[in-house]
Write a protein that binds this ligand. Structure first.
Ligand SMILES: [Zn+2]
Length: 334
């Protein structure tokens, strides 16, 4: 496991203390709505001015019980060691892949061991307010690439999906379908795809005081779907600094960047995506792709070629937790 930021217990403990204090003293309620009005290049065309007041499509998900791989949130006693000031985290979460000791600076991971032949296909499901306006406007695009999901299902390919909370609320049925697949893992990509640093592409920065609650809330939105839950988290645009990491320390998670950037957002052709992936990929790689269709319209066309190229190289897609290795090694629990 390649960890970029070694744990720094003292600083992390201090950060955790600050975070806990911040939570206690926060002037805004923890569950306050996140204002993520990031503009996406792809959503700027029809100048979405009408801020459609929509009722989110997300009816409360019915808990799924996919074949034998779930952590059932109901069947374990709460872990007394991780209950205090752990927003978005229960005792069960400590056993999920990617779980780390709350209060420690989250490790940042790019890839797994360079031995063996496993690689992780990861798909981000972005959803900003601008995208939501498009969805509820006159000619709604699709931000859910079903062709990708169907191909993975058909060929029984494992994958890991980094979901934003707002995407889950727009696509509850598809989320249910992802959760029900024993080869798919679910991970966290923030609530509304806002930036966690001041300068992150075109994304609107999230105020520091809202960072912890934003990510905690997203775990809360994804958790009821069951399936292969994790404590993996990816920053929008991969943008993070020490401040952002410190804000997430109370949540006990692992930050996953990735070492193979496919460049699939807003691609016009599938060939460059395939070339980018196959030229960078190595054993242990974490490949970053998008399942957002309208904002990554060539990914489903690239995917069959990527899968064929991986097979030619003797590389086998696996769930992220398997590629990264024993999650206990990310942060040994005492
Ligand atoms: Zn993203």
């Amino acid at each position: 496991m390649h960890v970029k930021n070694p744990r720094i217990p003292l600083a992390a403990a201090a950060a955790a203390l600050v975070a806990v204090l911040a939570l206690l003293l926060a002037p805004t309620p923890l569950r306050s709505r996140v204002q993520a009005t990031a503009l996406d290049p792809a959503t700027t065309t029809p100048a979405g001015t009408a801020p459609a007041t929509t009722t989110p499509a997300g009816s409360p998900p019915r808990p799924t019980t996919p074949g034998g791989t779930t952590t059932d949130p109901g069947n374990t006693a709460a872990d007394p060691g991780s209950t205090v000031a752990d927003p978005g985290r229960t005792g069960d979460d400590a056993r999920l892949p990617g779980a780390t000791e709350p209060g420690t600076l989250p490790p940042v991971v790019d890839h797994g061991p360079r031995t063996g032949g496993k690689v992780a296909l990861t798909f981000d499901a972005d959803m900003t307010d601008a995208m939501r306006r498009q969805l509820h406007g006159p000619n709604p695009p699709s931000y859910a690439n079903l062709a990708i999901v169907e191909l993975l299902e058909r060929q029984r390919v494992p994958a890991t999906f980094f979901l934003t909370g707002k995407w889950v609320r727009e696509y509850p049925e598809l989320t249910r379908r992802l959760a029900a697949n024993p080869r798919f893992e679910l991970a966290n990509h923030t609530y509304g795809h806002a930036a966690f640093t001041s300068d992150c592409y075109h994304l609107t920065p999230l105020p520091r005081r809202e960072m912890t609650a934003d990510v905690a809330r997203t775990f809360d939105v994804i958790a009821p779907y069951g399936g292969r839950q994790t404590r993996y988290f990816r920053f929008p645009g991969l943008c993070h600094d020490r401040t952002a990491l410190a804000e997430l320390a109370p949540l006990g998670l692992t930050v996953v960047d990735g070492d193979v950037v496919s460049g699939d957002p807003f691609a016009k052709y599938w060939q460059p995506i395939v070339r980018a992936v196959l030229s960078q990929v190595r054993p242990g790689s974490v490949i970053i792709l998008h399942v957002t269709e309208a904002n990554a319209p060539m990914t489903d066309e690239a995917l069959p070629h990527i899968l064929a190229g991986l097979a030619e190289r003797g590389l086998e897609p696996a769930p992220l937790s398997e590629v990264l290795g024993d999650p206990a090694r990310v942060a040994p629990r005492s």
